[in-house]
Structure formats: structure tokens, C-alpha cells
Design a protein around this ligand. Structure first.
Ligand SMILES: Nc1ncnc2c1ncn2[C@@H]1O[C@H](COP(=O)(O)OP(=O)(O)OP(=O)(O)O)[C@@H](O)[C@H]1O
Ligand SMILES: [Mg+2]
Length: 643
């Protein structure tokens, strides 16, 4: 048998607080912190192409408008710059002032017109982008939930997939929207930079290397400061997650009662303060490093600017460049620097978002791989016989099988009971029979056809499932019951399910009856007791006109009267269908037509109640323990745990 050993708590943390595993939600921080600009630039085109594909898919018109208008605005920036050069050339030309003003006038008008046109195009671009981003977000969000809900249940037992889905959900969809904006910024700033480069080259060929010299330190500082940001995110991500977990535990309703009932508060507060101190110290330390990087960047940029201006002055004094051109070059170099600063910031952000976007697309591909179309396959038809033959099953990543070589048969008209101790594999078998998991070996047949060859949606429609771990949905009481069937509510069936499960008494006490939301976050919402919730879950399983009712511990939280009523219901239900009943209440299995006893994933005994009692194995022992508890005098409870 597999044994798990408790890990020693991390040094410095209070007993019982385990060390947090490495974050699988932000796997990029380490990469990003050590990334070269070259690597980033080479991967960027593919990431941008992906973003463009999604933008196009979301809205071709707004994609064209967003890019067209932004690039148009960039072109008018170049026109403004050219006009400024014209103005300066006009003003600094030889001759009397009125003549110089007159010379500068056309350029002045051109500059004014270009500024106006640029502003108009920018406004249009902002409007188009404002429409495009939510459209992209919607497209990826819908795709994500569509694919995630279609994946097979097994996927959710695989922690890799759960992490991938979590990343896709928490980061991917929002980053996909942002990616559009960054892509636009890259296009716009590239156009601006190209415009500046063209203008300065036309002014004087020597100015282009000067422009490169001015902008190089800016680029270096931008990449370096981004790397420091990633490094800090990476260092603090574990602490931030811990902080989040503790804040959640200390402020949420679910944990509020236990926090107060047990001595949790001092320990949680102490742990929270420890993590908060660590975050504070790391932030303070990084602030010093960031300041020094910024200072180095500023000094380098200063030196480069000085060198540029010295070169300009030299050209001016050497008579190689007229004053007007030098003035225009000064303006152009300033614009180029600003454009590159914005471009580098967009490249960094775009690359980071692009990683999350590609992660999201990987999740889409993975979801498709883990999906089997629910509508493909044969119609199961009314159940006559269900057979489980030689089934082995292990949960993904588990070292041991949850089920090994299991054979069981359930016939129409029978109540078949599945009993066994905790962890023996009963719920796992029930889930396999429901068609939600696929066996690793062996097969499950419905009237002789493997259920893998049946249309999953039609199979589910023929099975009434009462799960051991049932969910209360944030919907009305009625929807909580009728959700088991796709079609509109059938009032007769609803009434019957309510009566058979005992949920009728629950609904009678709700202020809005069947319309009451079973969630206090909604107006008029009400909360139910544990047993009341279980009655609703039972009604859900009894609502469909099922051929097979699978009831997994359906009475664990029920009072004696409700329990008796539900077991009688199952007996009655077996007249037109088959019932697979999983229960620890062995008094109720006495009347089952057949009983299978599971132990560590194996069927170790089977037969009727009297067969198994005569056999004197595990069933007889468990039954004996329960029966004795009713007949023995009041037991003397002892805390002595020696066997
Ligand atoms: N989702 C899961 N992922 C991994 N292992 C699981 C999962 N669910 C159950 N197991 C393991 O499979 C084994 C069988 O569990 P199962 O829930 O089928 O037992 P059970 O007989 O229904 O127990 P109980 O009486 O407590 O309901 C156990 O060892 C359990 O730890
Ligand atoms: Mg179980």
C-alpha cells in the first residue's frame, strides 16, 4: 500500500505550515529575468502574428481600423517633424525677418494641419482599439470556457492541466487583450522611429549614427529595468501567493468559523507578518538596486546626449551643417529618443503578454487533446445489463491503482450495493460507470456495448447520479434539481423527485419556494443545512427518468426518517430501472439483490446479505460492528489509541 510521509515543516515556519511548492502559475519569471534583447526580438514576430490572428478573428474591421489609423497617425508625426524642419529652415535663412516669416509660413500651416490630422487619426485609433480589446478578450474567454468544459473529467485530476488552466484563466485571457494594445504600440512607435530616421538622414547622413548613439543607452536601461522587474516578481511570487492564501483564510466566510473555534488566529497573524516582512525587505533591497541601475542609465544617456550635441556643434562650427538643420536635428533626435523609449517598453510588455498568450493557446490545444465529443457514438438504449469486466484504473500521477481487476454486473430491476471501507474505490467505480472516467484496462458495457462507443450525452441522460461530493450551484432550488436533464422542467417529474428525496420539506421552508436562490450572494438567497443540501442532491439524481440510478453515500448527512424514506425510494426505483447503491449504512444493504465488497480497489466478496454473513469475511465483520453498536450498552469512550 502506498504510504505518504508527512514532510517536515520548512525551517523558520511554525509547525504544520508546509513549504509552498514552486509556482506553476508564473513559470516565465525566471526566463524573463535572464532574457536577452536579441532572444526577445527574434521571438516577437511569431507572438505578434498570433495576437493579430486573434484580433482578426474577433473583428477584422476594428483590427484594420486600429492598425491603419495608428500607423496613419505615425505618418503624420513624420509630417509634423518635416514641417518643423521647414519652419526652422525658413526662420534661420538669410534675409529680413518678414521674408523669413513668409518662408516659414507654408511649413507652419503644414505643421498645424499635420498636428490636427494626427490628433484626428489618434482619436479614431483609440476608439477602434477601445472596441477591439474587449472583443479579443471575449473571443478568448468564450473559447477557453467552451474548451475547458468539454475536456474529459480525468483532465482535472492532472495537476499539470489544472495549473495550465489556472494560468490560462487568470493571466492568458486578460493578457490576450493587452497584447493587442502592445502590438499596436509597436507598430506605431516603429513608424515614428522610421519617420525620425528618414528625416534625420535627409537632413544629414551623419545624423543617423548620432541618433543610434543617443537611443542606445535608453534601450539598454529599458531592457535592464524590465529584467529587474521580472527578477523581483520571481523572488516575491512565493511570498505573494502565501500572503494571498493567508489573507483569504483570514477574511473569507468558509474559514471564519474554524479560525475562531480553533487556536488559529495568533499563528496565522504571526505567519502573515513573517511573510509581509520578507516582502517589505525584498522591496526595499530592490529599490536600491533599481535606483543605481537607473542612475547608470541616466549617466550613459547623458554622456550619449552630450556626445551627440558635441557632434552637432562640431558639424555646425565646421560649416558642414547649417544652423536650421542643426536645430531640426535637435528636435528630431529628441523625438527619436522618446519614440524608442516607448518602443522598448512596448516590446517588453508585448513579449511578456505574448508568453501568456502562447501559454493560453497551448492550453486550448491541450483541452482539444483531452476532449471527446459528447455527441459522437451510438445511442445506449434502455438498460438491460451493465457489466464491468476486469477494470483497472489509476488516477493520473498516482502510484497505485484505485481499482484492479474489478468485475461487477448490474441488471435492470436490481438494487446492487457496493460496500467497503474508506478509500476502497467505490466512488471511483461509480464515476467510471457514469462514463466520466475511462478505465486503463478492461471495459464497461451497457447492454453489451462498451460505454466508450456510446454518445456520452445520451449515456448521461440515462443515468441518475447522486454524487458523494455534490455541488450546490448558485441557482434557484428548482434549477439545482432539474439541472440533471437538458430539457425544460417537467412539473410531474420535479414533484416526484422532491417527494422521493425528501427535498419537498426543504423547499416548503424556503421563503421563495422553488425559486429561492441557494446562495446568499444573491438577493433572497438562502443557505441550507448539510442534510438539506444532501436532499437537494438526491432530488437532482432522481429527477431524470433514468435507467440506472447511481447513489454514492446518498444518506450520509440525512436524519433517520429521511434516510429510511430514501432507501425505500431506491427499492421502488429498482422496479423500472437499476440501482447501484454505495453506502456505509449496512442495515440498508440487507435488502439489496446483490452486494459487492471492495477492499483496496479489489472486489473481495460478493453475494446476498445472507451469503456474505455466512461467509464471515469483511462484510460480516463491518456489519457486526454496526449491529453491535445498536445493541451494546452505552460504550465507554476512551482516548487511549492503543489497539
Ligand atoms: N481525484 C483523485 N485523484 C487521485 N486519487 C484519488 C482521487 N479520488 C480518489 N482518489 C484515491 O483513490 C482511492 C479510492 O478513492 P474513492 O474515492 O474511490 O474511495 P471510496 O471507496 O469512495 O471511499 P469513501 O468511503 O471514503 O467514499 C483512494 O486511495 C483515494 O485516495
Ligand atoms: Mg466515496
Amino acid at each position: 500500500m502506498k504510504r505518504r510521509h508527512r514532510q517536515r515543516p520548512a525551517s523558520g515556519s511554525p509547525a504544520g505550515v508546509p513549504q509552498l511548492a514552486a509556482s506553476r502559475f508564473h513559470p516565465w519569471f525566471a526566463d524573463l529575468a535572464h532574457l536577452s534583447l536579441w532572444h526577445m526580438l527574434t521571438r516577437l514576430p511569431a507572438l505578434i502574428a498570433t495576437a493579430l490572428r486573434w484580433s482578426w478573428k474577433a473583428s477584422p474591421r476594428d483590427t484594420l481600423l486600429t492598425f491603419g489609423l495608428n500607423v496613419g497617425a505615425g505618418v503624420f508625426s513624420a509630417a509634423v517633424l518635416t514641417a518643423v524642419v521647414g519652419i526652422l529652415q525658413g526662420l534661420f535663412a538669410e534675409g529680413p525677418t518678414p521674408e523669413r516669416l513668409q518662408n516659414a509660413l507654408p511649413s507652419l500651416l503644414l505643421a498645424g494641419g499635420a498636428v490636427f490630422a494626427r490628433a484626428a487619426l489618434r482619436s479614431g485609433a483609440i476608439w477602434a482599439q477601445g472596441r477591439l480589446t474587449p472583443m479579443v478578450e471575449r473571443a478568448v474567454e468564450v473559447e477557453l470556457v467552451t474548451l475547458a468544459t468539454a475536456t474529459r473529467l480525468e483532465a482535472f485530476d492532472d495537476s499539470e492541466w489544472c495549473d495550465q488552466l489556472h494560468r490560462a484563466r487568470s493571466m492568458g485571457t486578460s493578457e490576450a487583450g493587452r497584447m493587442t494594445g502592445y502590438t499596436v504600440d509597436i507598430a506605431t512607435e516603429t513608424v515614428s522611429l522610421l519617420a525620425v530616421a528618414t528625416v534625420v538622414t535627409v537632413l544629414h547622413p551623419l545624423l543617423l549614427p548620432l541618433l543610434a548613439l543617443t537611443v542606445a543607452p535608453v534601450g539598454w536601461a529599458a531592457v535592464r529595468s524590465a529584467r529587474m522587474r521580472y527578477e523581483r516578481m520571481r523572488q516575491l511570487s512565493t511570498s505573494r501567493r502565501l500572503q494571498y492564501m493567508y489573507t483569504h483564510a483570514m477574511t473569507e466566510r468558509d474559514s471564519a468559523a474554524e479560525l475562531r473555534a480553533y487556536a488559529m488566529r495568533p499563528m496565522l497573524l504571526e505567519e502573515f507578518a513573517r511573510v509581509a516582512d520578507h516582502v517589505r525587505d525584498a522591496m526595499v533591497a530592490v529599490a536600491a538596486r533599481q535606483t543605481s541601475t537607473r542612475a547608470v542609465g541616466d549617466v550613459l544617456a547623458g554622456i550619449a546626449t552630450l556626445a551627440t550635441y558635441a557632434a552637432l556643434v562640431a558639424l555646425l562650427l565646421g560649416g558642414l551643417m547649417p544652423l536650421a538643420v542643426a536645430g531640426a536635428a535637435y528636435v528630431a533626435l529628441g523625438q527619436g529618443k522618446a519614440a524608442l523609449d516607448r518602443l522598448m517598453s512596448a516590446v517588453n510588455s508585448c513579449y511578456e503578454s505574448g508568453l501568456y498568450l502562447s501559454d493560453l493557446l497551448d492550453a486550448f490545444a491541450e483541452a482539444r487533446r483531452r476532449t471527446r465529443p459528447a455527441t459522437v457514438g451510438k445511442d445506449p438504449g434502455p438498460l438491460q445489463e451493465l457489466r464491468v469486466q476486469g477494470v483497472d484504473f489509476a488516477y493520473p500521477g498516482a502510484q497505485a491503482n484505485a481499482l484492479t481487476g474489478v468485475d461487477i454486473t448490474v441488471n435492470r430491476g436490481q438494487v446492487v450495493a457496493l460496500v467497503g471501507e474508506n478509500g476502497s474505490g467505490k466512488s471511483t467505480l461509480a464515476t467510471l460507470i457514469s462514463g466520466l472516467y475511462t478505465p486503463d484496462a478492461g471495459g464497461i458495457t451497457w447492454n453489451g456495448t462498451d460505454i466508450a462507443d456510446l454518445a456520452a450525452d445520451r449515456l448521461h441522460a440515462r443515468i441518475g447520479l447522486i454524487r458523494q461530493q455534490y455541488q450546490q450551484w448558485p441557482f434557484s432550488a428548482e434549477r439545482n434539481i432539474t439541472m440533471a436533464a437538458a430539457e425544460a422542467t417537467d412539473p410531474d417529474r420535479l414533484k416526484r423527485a422532491l417527494r422521493l428525496s425528501g427535498a419537498d420539506q426543504v423547499v416548503d421552508e424556503l421563503a421563495l419556494g422553488l425559486a429561492t436562490p441557494l446562495d446568499t450572494r444573491f438577493e433572497g438567497g438562502e443557505d441550507l443545512s448539510g442534510g438539506q443540501r444532501q436532499r437537494i442532491a438526491a432530488a437532482r439524481g432522481l429527477y431524470p427518468e433514468a435507467d440506472l440510478v447511481i447513489a454514492d453515500e446518498p444518506t450520509a448527512a440525512l436524519d433517520a426518517r429521511a434516510e429510511e424514506r430514501l432507501f425505500a425510494t431506491f427499492q421502488a426505483a429498482a422496479e423500472g430501472a437499476a440501482v447501484l447503491l454505495i453506502t456505509h449504512r449496512l442495515a440498508s444493504t440487507r435488502s439489496a439483490d446483490w452486494i459487492y465488497v471492495l477492499d483496496h480497489g479489489h472486489v473481495v466478496e460478493q453475494g446476498t446479505h445472507s451469503d456474505l454473513m455466512t461467509y464471515g469475511g469483511l462484510y460480516a465483520e463491518l456489519y457486526g460492528i454496526q449491529a453491535a453498536a445498536y445493541h451494546a450498552p452505552s460504550p465507554h469512550l476512551s482516548y487511549d489509541d492503543t489497539p
